[in-house]
Design a protein around this ligand. Structure first.
Ligand code: URA
Length: 208
C-alpha cells in the first residue's frame, strides 16, 4: 500500500487549526473541506493526460486534457460527507457513491447497511473519503464492498490516520493508495486517535 502523508504547509496549518479543542462547528467543517480539497489536488497528480486539438482563438491548437477513467467520490457515512465537497471542488463532474457502515454490537465487526453506488462503478476511479482512519474497520469493509462491485482503481483520502489502522488496511488492501494530512501517534483505549481531532463526525455535524 502506498501511503502519502502530504506535508504541504497549507494542509499542516489547517490541520493544526482543526486540532484546537474549542474549534467551532462552522470552522471545523470549513477546514475539513479545505484539507480534503488540498488532498485531492495531491491525489490527482498522477492522472493520465492526453493531447487533443481544439479551436483556439487564433486557430487550431493542441492542449492537454485528463484522459481515461472518470471519478466517483465515495463518502463513508456519516463523517465522510464532511470531505465530499472538498473533492468535488476540484472534480466537479465526479459522481457520488455513498456507503454506510455500522459496527455490530456483539461481533464488533463492521457491517455495510447502506450503499448507493453509481452505475458502472468498475469503470471509475473510486476516491473514498472518511476523516479518521482509526482501527481501519469501516474503511476495510468499504473497500471490500467496492472491490466486490468491480472497482479496481481505489484511492483513499483521510485527514488523520492511526498507525494501527494503516497496518490493518495494508494487510487487507495492499493495492490501494492512501493520502493523509497526518499519520498520528496511536489509538487510545476507546479507539480515538491521539493526538487526533476528537470525534470528527460530531464536530462536522455539531452533535455530541
Ligand atoms: N473516529 C473519530 O471521529 N475520531 C477518532 O479519533 C477515531 C474514530
Amino acid at each position: 500500500m502506498k501511503v502519502i502523508e502530504v506535508k504541504h504547509p497549507l494542509i499542516q496549518h489547517k490541520l493544526g487549526l482543526m486540532r484546537e479543542a474549542d474549534v467551532s462547528t462552522k470552522r471545523f467543517r470549513e477546514l475539513a473541506k479545505e484539507v480534503a480539497a488540498l488532498l485531492t489536488y495531491e491525489a490527482t497528480s498522477d492522472f493520465e493526460m492526453e493531447t487533443v486539438e481544439i479551436n483556439g482563438w487564433n486557430g487550431p491548437i493542441q492542449v492537454e486534457q485528463i484522459k481515461g477513467k472518470k471519478v466517483t467520490v465515495v463518502p463513508i457515512l456519516r463523517a465522510g460527507l464532511g470531505m465530499m465537497d472538498g473533492v468535488t471542488e476540484h472534480i466537479p463532474s465526479a459522481k457520488i457513491s455513498v456507503v454506510g457502515i455500522y459496527r455490530d454490537e456483539e461481533t464488533l465487526e463492521p457491517v455495510p447497511y447502506f450503499e448507493k453506488l453509481v452505475s458502472n462503478i468498475e469503470e471509475r476511479i473510486a476516491m473514498v473519503v472518511d476523516p479518521m482512519l482509526a482501527t481501519g474497520g469501516s474503511m476495510i469493509s468499504t473497500l471490500d464492498l467496492l472491490k466486490e462491485r468491480g472497482c479496481t482503481h481505489i484511492k483513499v483520502l483521510v485527514l488523520v490516520a492511526a498507525p494501527e489502522g494503516l497496518k490493518a488496511l495494508e494487510e487487507a488492501h495492499p493495492d490501494i493508495e492512501l493520502y493523509t494530512a497526518s499519520v498520528d501517534e496511536r489509538l487510545n483505549e476507546h479507539g480515538y486517535i491521539l493526538p487526533g481531532l476528537g470525534d470528527a463526525g460530531d464536530k462536522i455535524f455539531g452533535t455530541k
